[in-house]
Design a protein around this ligand. Structure first.
Ligand code: ZN
Length: 400
């Protein structure tokens, strides 16, 4: 009995610590009186818990607040240089990593070329080196690292956290988490890249305090991270959010999944580029024709010409946006989110096509959910999944 009771006390203490830490994170500098008021804990209990958080180095005292009669209260704040987290994003040709402090600010970043088609052990080796470099450059001792989060462009099993399938990397059943856990003393978390982006938007991006939202990543592939009721929704097996395979045109091209006309085949940046090159070869009237090598026309060129007013380039982007709008209409009808954030490469041309996306949604989605949803381009863009991966160990610390 005694042992059980001690166990409960320890659990309660840790829980209260997380609750207090999270309140300090959300509100910035706070007084103990405010913490007692918000949590319903006694001032004595708040004193004891905040005392231990100060002692462990998570918090520090900063200045004094407004007096409500009597002495001006000492304010508590998270100590930036106390603990850190590392987030890694694995993409087809690059691995990027960020060292983040406890407040969610970037301390350092690293980018390493990743040999296309390399296996997960190769990626693991690179990650071990990158984590070593980042902590060394910032002179951080290993015990100050909370964990390492990894973002993967693929499906991650909801229980084993093994990468079930990452088609663009050519990985199948790749247990990177177990492999990396052998090389680190801190916890390792593997997450799907769209879900990592959604975590980022919810923690430091445009979906803070928003419970029901969808974060759609558009680049060479298309995927989404879904939050419902303030929590990440993974589905039964971990593959929720594969919106790139919503069929938007039955007569469309064949998709890597075997189906025809999936959103990914009509609106991914890879498809947009392919379509532009094809039209140029067919002799379309466009300033894209002035490029000597058609194979060198990429997203950057299409966006540049569209900005200069080239109708054909605008048309190509708007057509992709129409399909994005169709898929979003289905998402809006199914999930009734209050916000949809479109990120990754989309942010580079979002301003050119957002009106088109919104027009399609207001025309095709049901009136009630369509009137409640706000659709916007991510402010964070390319780095969201890397930052989201770094936020995962922070979420654990703050009990989120
Ligand atoms: Zn598909």
């Amino acid at each position: 009995m005694t042992r059980k009771k001690t166990g409960n006390n320890k659990y309660l203490k840790e829980l209260n610590q997380k609750v207090l830490l999270d309140l300090v994170r959300i509100h910035g500098a706070v007084s103990k009186a405010e913490l007692a008021e918000w949590t319903g804990l006694t001032p004595t209990a708040v004193g004891v818990i905040s005392g231990s958080l100060l002692e462990m180095g998570y918090l520090h005292e900063t200045g004094t607040g407004e007096s409500k009669g009597g002495r001006r209260p000492v304010l508590l704040e998270l100590r930036s240089e106390s603990f850190y987290s590392i987030g890694v994003d694995i993409d087809v040709r690059t691995i990027t990593a960020v060292l983040m402090d406890i407040k969610g600010s970037t301390v350092r970043e690293e980018l390493v070329e990743f040999p296309e088609g390399a296996d997960f052990e190769t990626a693991g080796g690179i990650i071990v080196d990158m984590v070593g470099q980042l902590t060394k450059q910032a002179a951080i001792s290993p015990e100050r690292l909370l964990g390492v989060g990894i973002s993967i462009p693929g499906m991650v099993d909801s229980e084993t956290r093994s990468v079930v399938l990452a088609p663009n990397l050519g990985w199948r059943d790749a247990d990177l988490q177990t492999w990396l856990s052998r090389h680190f003393t801190v916890p390792v978390y593997v997450e799907n890249e769209a879900m990592a982006s959604a975590i980022c938007e919810n923690w430091i991006g445009s979906c803070q305090g928003i419970n029901d939202f969808v974060c759609i990543n558009i680049k060479s592939g298309i995927g989404a991270g879904i939050f419902t009721g303030g929590k990440l929704y993974r589905g039964a097996g971990g593959s929720a959010g594969e919106v790139g395979h919503i069929v938007v045109d039955e007569n469309g091209p064949r998709c890597g999944c075997g189906n025809y006309g999936c959103l990914e085949t009509m609106a991914s940046t890879a498809y947009v580029v392919e379509k532009a090159r094809k039209l140029v070869r067919q002799g379309i009237v466009s300033s894209l024709n002035t490029y000597e090598d058609t194979d060198k026309i990429g997203m950057e060129e299409i966006i540049r010409e569209a900005r200069k007013g080239d109708e054909a380039s605008r048309g190509i982007l708007n057509e992709a946006a129409r399909y994005i709008g169709i898929a979003i209409s289905n998402i809006v009808n199914t999930l009734n989110p209050s916000r949809i954030v479109i990120g990754r490469e989309f942010v580079q041309y979002g301003d050119l096509v957002m009106e088109q996306v919104k027009n399609v949604v207001s025309g095709k989605a049901l009136k009630a959910p369509a009137s409640r949803v706000e659709i916007l381009a991510s402010d964070i863009g390319e780095k969201a999944s890397m930052l989201g991966a770094a936020i995962i160990p922070l979420k654990v610390l703050f009990g989120r």
